[in-house]
Design a protein around this ligand. Structure first.
Ligand SMILES: Cc1cc2nc3c(=O)[nH]c(=O)nc-3n(C[C@H](O)[C@H](O)[C@H](O)COP(=O)(O)OP(=O)(O)OC[C@H]3O[C@@H](n4cnc5c(N)ncnc54)[C@H](O)[C@@H]3O)c2cc1C
Length: 276
């Protein structure tokens, strides 16, 4: 695992909320890294025509996404491509794991959009007990053993290739409509399309990780991260912005919240510096 330098702020999600937050962090002179799946995974990218975003007349979501990406690249924030897997409190800082990267930072802004994918039955229960979200992190534990890789995207295919390259027997599970993970102390069985498969481990590779799994202890209610008007969550140093904080699911709200979350995160860091 490669350890990156310490940033002031790590932003999870490269949609409009995350990019807006990164631009405001840069304006405030804070170092920021944005951990982001590909732009094509954002809600904006899927929008055919945007007509209600001030200053932009009738552009496609894809066009605006491309502009955002360019603006992010020019902002001075570091773009780390990949999926953030966990946010770990480290006393006065946080560690954020993303594939083979590990970043530390003073504050975190969550901007992952909304997760429409539900957990598979057994996924949450066996996470860390035979279920993993990261082949790079945990693959070696299963060397010479049989694992299932559940997921249809390119990352799932790459992870399956990697696991095979280190000597795992890999069951690639892309087609079934429903999966269920079962076991005793550890996950040992996957049910897929009515068939039962015996496995030693299960890698679930989706574009997103549910925010309550990403940040243990995060207050979450009615399908949204709970925040105050400064976009502070219940965890000091963790802020949230965009669709992940609830309705309305609109670009203007997401961009505005990204800006507020960044200013609040900068103020939080400055306050902590004064105290120490
Ligand atoms: C079809 C459609 C049409 C729409 N039309 C309009 C419209 O006309 N007007 C309007 O105002 N709004 C519209 N919206 C809503 C608008 O697109 C969203 O409100 C806005 O994009 C939300 O921005 P966001 O940054 O919060 O989330 P997103 O745009 O979803 O971006 C979040 C990003 O974070 C990534 N991510 C998630 N988890 C992780 C992780 N663990 N690690 C790394 N990256 C992660 C996601 O993959 C995604 O790329 C539309 C949405 C859709 C789906």
């Amino acid at each position: 695992m490669s350890v990156k330098e310490r940033y002031d702020i790590v932003i999870i999600g490269g949609g409009i909320a995350g990019v807006s937050a990164a631009l405001s962090c840069a304006n405030r002179g804070k170092s920021a890294a944005v951990i982001a799946n590909g732009a094509e995974t954002s809600s904006l990218y899927k929008a055919e025509r945007i007509t209600n975003y001030p200053g932009v007349s009738a552009a496609s979501g894809r066009e605006i996404s491309e502009l955002l990406l360019r603006q992010l690249e020019d902002s001075g924030a570091e773009l780390i491509r990949g999926r953030a897997l966990s946010v770990i409190p480290l006393g006065d800082s946080f560690g954020v794991a993303a594939g083979s990267e590990f970043c530390s930072c003073s504050a975190v802004i969550l901007a992952p959009g909304i997760t429409r994918e539900k957990l598979y039955p057994g996924e949450g229960e066996f996470l860390g007990r035979g279920v993993s979200y990261c082949a790079t992190c945990d693959g070696m534990l299963y060397r010479g053993r049989t694992v299932a890789v559940i997921g249809g995207g390119s990352e799932a295919a790459q992870d399956a290739d990697f696991l095979e390259s280190i000597g795992c027997t890999v069951l690639r599970m892309t087609k079934a409509l429903r999966y269920e993970i079962r076991g005793g102390l550890k996950a040992d069985t996957v049910l897929a399309g009515g068939e039962e498969y015996k496995v030693d481990g299960v890698f679930v590779i989706k574009d997103t990780v549910s925010v309550t799994k990403l940040v243990p202890g995060l207050a979450y209610a009615d399908g949204a991260i709970v925040t105050d008007r400064q976009m502070r969550t219940n965890i000091p140093g963790v802020f949230a912005a965009g669709d992940c904080t609830g309705k309305p699911y609109q670009l203007a709200k997401a961009a505005g919240e990204g800006n507020v979350a960044a200013l609040s995160a900068c103020a939080y860091i400055d306050e902590r510096k004064k105290e120490n």
